[in-house]
Write a protein of this length. Structure first.
Length: 161
């Protein structure tokens, strides 16, 4: 089993409800068990800022799935929750977004998957919830999560509830 770290986000419909349900659904993936999850965070839109704010969280799973198989399972879960990918819209609104952030300490450089996630060390909306549950976790090539979160602007990010 490998510990994989998943970023979750949504900003359409009942975003908080969707993220909570998606966290629970991670435990239903073949060969995968939910280990722990952060609180939910309200976060400003990033990239394309002309959209509703997001709800974000991070979860850790123990998985027997290979990285690309886990990615396929995450994409299927996104679709189950109503995600429709439009290649013409980058960083747009979404019913659910699931990103494979880290897969153990492995580096994956496949056309369909880059692990560690290439922007993990730059995105406060992922680093803040990740730091809540794993501050000492190492991001290969970038140091600890705790150090990385200190280098980003986390203004506007707040826990929900």
């Amino acid at each position: 089993m490998t510990v994989a770290w998943i970023g979750l986000g949504a900003n359409l419909g009942d975003a908080a409800g969707t993220v909570r349900a998606a966290i629970a659904a991670l435990d239903t993936l073949a060969g995968t068990r939910l280990q722990r999850a952060s609180r939910l965070y309200a976060t400003p839109a990033w990239g394309n800022e002309d959209q509703p704010p997001f709800v974000n969280a991070v979860a850790a799973v123990d998985t027997a799935l290979a990285p690309l198989d886990l990615l396929q399972a995450l994409l299927a879960l996104e679709q189950h929750f109503g995600r429709v990918r439009d290649p013409a819209v980058h960083w747009g609104p979404r019913a659910l977004d699931l990103d494979l952030l880290l897969y153990g300490q492995q580096t994956v450089g496949a056309p369909a998957l880059q692990v560690p996630h290439p922007y993990l060390h730059q995105r406060a909306f992922v680093l803040v919830p990740l730091a809540e549950i794993a501050p000492e976790l190492t991001i290969p090539g970038h140091g600890s999560v705790q150090d990385a979160v200190m280098r980003v602007d986390a203004c506007g990010i707040a826990p929900i509830g």
